[in-house]
Design a binder for this molecule. Structure first.
Ligand SMILES: *Cc1c(COP(=O)(O)O)cnc(C)c1O
Length: 398
């Protein structure tokens, strides 16, 4: 048998695994999967969804993550994608054909809007937007060609809540599917499939991985019929997820519930304390009774996360960007859901079609992390005092 070092370099020695029973699954990397014999190779296509045939189609590590998501989403099946945006784009593309009509909630994640308007349009799909807070608007826009309704609740940055069961009923009546980007709530706090949705996506990049160091997304579907088009299309496109990254997401997953519980409690207290501050306009946190759609939140959500936004009065808005430089603990950054608290000044820009944003176009999005609550509040106060000073000086100058 093999005695040459060249050969030894290639073969993997088998070590005993009996008695080695770690808490988490190891990182199983592979492109090639080996087969017992020629017959097993010939039959590899019949190994079924739990079998292994090629690294791109899953390893024990990626399958473990998929299975965990399938259970939490109450789904039939989950597929990993290299990012949350990839999950959104692939989920929509798998179900749309030339001539189909796609309805997007006006408040969806902006890159999804961009993807629809740039690429789906190019493929002959008609795009229209609807107001997620007024489902009569959705109903009026649904047509015979409508194949998919895509939404996010709460909406990106501006946090509009949508009645998912009602939207699902409207979509299904017209023979369309409902897809929900569930990144804000995570599979712990909202179960879109149980509420009637057909497809749910998650940017695992955010809370599930939880440490701001990995990009990954997931597509989960309600039944096996919906799984088939996704599986086939991502196979043809060569989309897979790295087992190393999946392992990082699995590690983050273990602390997800505890992190969320902490972040949402602090976010809720901050949202309450910020309400009524003279330099703040509205506080957009679904858990506040003053939030439009709060009754939907109470009915459908099992909890909240730690991301929320605030708007500003006209006289204050021009001073928000300079005031942010007074933050010392909150970092300025976009991809939320990690351990570090983040502040990001956002603008709607041209990202509205079916609705109009009526307030100044600077919205501050805060992601509450795991730092000491009092120190975080002090930091926010430092920024708000600067904002008050700058606004007063601005007024005096006019
Ligand atoms: C961040 C985000 C995404 C995209 O996730 P990436 O992994 O960064 O591509 C999708 N949807 C929502 C709602 C997000 O916040």
């Amino acid at each position: 048998m093999a005695t040459s070092d060249l050969t030894r370099c290639v073969l993997t020695p088998r070590v005993a695994t009996e008695g080695f029973d770690p808490v988490g699954i190891g990182v199983h990397r592979a492109s090639t999967i080996l087969f017992e014999d020629a017959a097993a190779y010939a039959e590899r296509g019949e190994r079924g969804e739990k079998g292994y045939s090629y690294g791109l189609y899953g390893t024990p590590t990626t399958r473990t993550l998929e299975e965990k998501l399938t259970q939490l989403e109450q789904a039939a099946r989950t597929f990993l994608a290299p990012s949350g945006q990839a999950a959104n784009a692939l989920a929509a593309m798998a179900f749309l054909n030339k001539g189909d009509h796609l309805l997007l909630a006006d408040t969806v994640y902006p890159p999804m809007r961009d993807f629809a308007l740039s690429d789906l349009v190019r493929m002959g799909i008609t795009i229209e937007f609807f107001d997620p807070t007024d489902l009569a608007d959705l109903q009026a826009r649904i047509r015979r060609e409508t194949r998919l309704v895509w939404c996010e609740s709460p909406g990106s940055t501006t946090m509009e809540l949508m009645d998912i069961p009602e939207a699902a009923a409207l979509a299904h009546k017209a023979g369309a599917l409902l897809g929900v980007d569930n990144t804000w709530a995570t599979p712990l706090n909202l179960k879109p499939l149980a509420l009637g949705a057909d497809i749910v996506t998650e940017a695992l990049t955010k809370y599930v991985s939880g440490h701001s160091d990995v990009l990954m997304g997931a597509i989960s579907v309600r039944d096996a019929d919906l799984a088939q088009p996704v599986k086939e299309m991502i196979g043809r496109m060569g989309i897979g997820a790295s087992p190393d990254d999946a392992s990082l997401v699995l590690r983050g997953f273990e602390t997800l519930a505890t992190r969320l519980r902490h972040c949402s409690a602090v976010a809720h207290r901050f949202a309450e304390r910020l309400s009524g501050d003279p330099v703040i306009g509205r506080v957009l946190f679904p858990g506040l009774p003053t939030m439009p759609g709060h009754e939907i939140f109470k009915r459908d959500f099992l909890g909240s996360s730690g991301v929320f936004s605030v708007t500003f009065p006209e006289t204050v808005a021009p001073h928000v960007w300079p005031a942010l430089d007074h933050l010392r603990l909150f970092a300025i950054g976009a991809s939320w859901g990690g351990t570090r608290s983040l502040a990001a000044p956002m603008s709607i820009g041209g990202n509205r079609s079916a609705t109009r944003w009526q307030e100044p176009d600077v919205i501050l999005r805060l992601s509450i992390g795991l730092e000491d609550e009092d120190e975080l509040w002090e930091d926010l106060q430092r920024m708000l005092s600067a904002l008050a000073r700058l606004s007063a000086a601005g007024d005096a100058a006019e």
